[in-house]
Write a protein that binds this ligand. Structure first.
Ligand code: B1M
Length: 211
């Protein structure tokens, strides 16, 4: 079996120890950090996502898988960030209030750092006030919001309205993402952009900040 498949299975089983060992082994075999991330860690998490949706696994299993995924991500983080020299722009990122899902957001943050942006990650359950405070304090070029729940994605509109009222727009661009988000929702709430996955988020941010 290929090592990336083994990593995916490790994530599925929530076996942090084997994910750590296999990730180290894959990197030692010169498999790139991006390949380990997408072909191993994310692939395993996607399987768990499907099983969770079909009630084949439940929250405790999902949590241990998430932890195993994070163990692998910690090893990849310095490698993905390594290429950078100077900052291409300042990004504030977070998962919106009421929402604790952070795996996708963490990947986006990691790839943005890897692409040369300075990223301040506000974590999960982030209020409008906190997004605004940091956008102002850190003189941000872009705010990125993630939401995984249909009940929390609606809060993104409030944050964008807050950014507008604080006269931070159009200087500060806003992008959104997460499984329930669509381009039409982004248009509706006047976000500057939407990305369906982390790699497209990097392209989107590059495009918006290079203008
Ligand atoms: Co949650 N959960 N969960 N959960 N969970 C979903 C989202 C769900 C779809 C599962 C299902 O099918 N039923 C469902 C939402 C239903 C809905 O709203 N329509 C759901 C639910 C209901 C819940 C709870 C309410 C369950 C409960 O308690 N009864 C609860 C809510 C807790 C809360 O947030 N308040 C809950 C809890 C949890 C756990 C804590 C157990 C765990 C989270 C652990 C963690 O994140 N630390 C969890 C998980 C892991 C999931 C699933 C299985 C996987 C999510 C994930 O990490 N995917 C998820 C099912 C699914 O999505 N298929 C589910 C992997 C990740 C790489 O993908 O996050 O989509 P994703 O990120 C992608 C893109 O979306 C994009 O790039 C990423 C990488 O390519 N992207 C961005 C993400 N953010 C972006 C931001 C950007 C740009 C792109 O710009 C800023």
């Amino acid at each position: 079996m290929e090592i990336l498949d083994e990593i995916a299975i490790g994530v599925e089983r929530g076996d942090s120890a084997s994910v750590r060992t296999l990730t180290e082994k894959a990197l030692a075999q010169d498999i790139s950090a991006e390949e380990v991330l997408n072909g191993g860690l994310v692939a395993g998490m996607n399987v768990i996502g499907e099983k969770f949706k079909n009630n084949e696994v439940f929250i405790p299993e999902v949590l241990v898988s998430a932890k195993a995924m994070k163990t692998g991500m910690e090893l990849l983080k310095p490698l993905l960030a390594e290429a950078n020299v100077e900052s291409k722009g300042k990004v504030i990122i977070g998962t919106v209030k009421g929402d604790l899902h952070d795996i996708g957001k963490n990947i986006v943050a990691m790839l943005l750092e890897g692409a040369g942006f300075e990223v301040t990650d506000l974590g999960t359950d982030v209020s409008k006030e906190k997004f605004l405070e940091f956008a102002e304090k850190e003189n941000a070029d872009l705010v990125g919001m993630s939401a995984l729940l249909t009940t929390t994605m609606t809060y993104m509109r409030e944050i964008i309205e807050g950014i507008e009222s604080a006269s931070l727009k159009p200087k500060v661009k806003v992008i959104i993402g997460g499984a329930p988000i669509t381009q039409s929702y982004a248009d509706e709430i006047k976000a500057d952009g939407y990305a369906p996955d982390a790699a497209s988020a990097v392209d989107l941010v590059k495009g918006l900040l290079e203008k």
